[in-house]
Design a protein around this ligand. Structure first.
Ligand code: GLU
Length: 421
């Protein structure tokens, strides 16, 4: 996508610039552009949490709803020291497009709390979660806005949110949040869903681009829920995973890393890959520049930049993280002929199974893992094919093609509903 760099470089400005490029190509009316550039609702909450030693700490959290014209707002909650309002705005906007690309009836939202959850005890984390859930309780709900896990949040945290919301209402409301444990209305396959969707997208992209999956050298940056499952599924599909990375740095072995061993290793080492054996240690973000066929950023935003993009050696980039490629880097990859399959398509498997979870909770009727995976497969393949067809028709890159599909669906819903009053 050829995009003019915004003056102030932040995730929200990046997201708006991506939208603008699509709006331009779609010839959207000025009024629709004005509406879709802005999040509909932004909530900032400052709240106290009692620490285990009796002292009180203040925390700041956000919940942003970008657009709800296609359905209730949907999107995760992250707990991270680097959370900011502009980051949450960008992530909320990307959720709107993501739900539209895979054509599930949701709008986009995101939430976050500025906190390093690793510095909290379990009881502190629970109190923080319950208080944040209480603070945003006025805007979330099974028909209005449905949170889910994201960076540093997990099924246990979702269970606390569900319980807190339910306590306020006097009865259980499982559909208020997705990504819950199975025992309280979670869905089969949800834990794996984002990684499985990334795997399906990678497989489909490789078919189109004539890259044999068997033996393809893969690097995955990030070894959380998404990165670790993506790496395992690609390993099982016959790829050679040559690089892994987490906050402790990168690990590279040109002959391949045994992903199952790495998973065991991280489980035994506090969830970290630190000092992973049989691999060369690569400092910082260096793993992104190592030799491979498929590069999968599965960590945070802004990892591939104008600085490192010229040195990336991959033939194909699949965005498992949200916003891992800056617009400047995107233009470099486009010029270098390296296809980038965008986040809003590649990582949409998570929210797709969240949709299944929500539907099951509302009906109190649960599906088997096989049914979930089959439906996920169908939606991911159908969506990839639609984006691929758009790319060929418009002679553009994958990101713009995905945006053209998504933005036109959201614009159509916004237009047909009309402006109130
Ligand atoms: N946090 C995930 C994402 O960025 C999942 C959101 C959801 O399931 O609502 O897509």
């Amino acid at each position: 996508m050829a995009i003019k760099e915004p003056e102030v470089m932040n995730p929200y400005a990046q997201a708006v610039a991506q939208f603008d490029a699509a709006a331009e190509r779609l010839n959207l009316s000025p009024s629709l552009r004005k509406i879709l550039r802005k999040p509909k609702r932004e909530l900032i909450v400052n709240f106290p949490v009692r620490m285990d030693d009796g002292t009180i700490e203040m925390y700041t959290g956000y919940r942003v709803q970008h657009n709800v014209n296609r359905g209730p707002a949907k999107g995760g909650i992250r707990f991270d020291s680097n959370v900011s309002l502009d980051e949450v705005r960008a992530l909320a906007m990307w959720m709107t497009w993501k739900c539209a690309v895979v054509n599930i009836p949701f709008g986009g939202a995101k939430g976050g709390v500025i906190v390093d959850p690793h510095a909290l005890s379990r009881t502190e984390l629970e109190r923080l979660t319950r208080r944040y859930a209480t603070e945003i309780a006025g805007v979330i709900g099974p028909e209005s806005d449905i949170p889910a896990p994201d960076v540093n949040t997990n099924p246990q945290i979702m269970a606390w949110i569900m319980d807190t919301y339910s306590m306020h209402h006097g009865y259980s409301v499982p559909a208020v949040v997705t990504g819950k444990p199975l025992s309280v209305g979670g869905s089969e396959g949800r834990m794996e869903a984002t990684g499985r969707g990334v795997y399906i997208t990678t497989r489909e992209a490789c078919k189109v681009l004539d890259i044999p999956l068997k033996g393809a050298r893969v690097i995955v940056q990030g070894f959380g829920n998404v990165g670790s499952i993506t790496a395992r599924l690609l390993h099982e599909a016959g790829c050679k995973v040559v690089g892994l990375a987490d906050v402790t740095g990168g690990y590279y072995n040109k002959n391949g890393i045994d992903v199952k061993m790495a998973l065991r290793y991280s489980q035994e080492h506090g969830g970290l890959l630190k000092d992973l054996p049989h691999a060369e240690h690569v400092e910082g973000k260096g793993i992104l520049e190592m030799p491979c066929d498929i590069l999968i950023p599965a960590a945070l935003e802004g990892q591939l930049t104008e600085e490192n993009a010229p040195r990336v050696q991959a033939k194909l980039i699949i965005e498992a993280a949200n916003g891992p490629t800056t617009n400047e880097a995107d233009a470099i990859f486009h010029a270098r002929g390296i296809p980038v399959v965008p986040d809003i398509l590649a990582n949409a498997g998570g929210v797709t199974v969240s949709y299944f979870e929500w539907v099951q909770d509302l009906q109190h009727f649960f599906w088997t893992e096989h049914e979930i995976n089959e439906r996920l497969e169908r939606i991911m393949v159908r969506s990839f094919e639609a984006v691929e067809a758009k790319r060929e028709e418009q002679n553009c890159d994958y990101r713009l093609a995905a945006y053209l599909l998504a933005v036109s669906r959201v614009a159509e819903a916004t237009q047909v509903r009309g402006i109130y009053p």
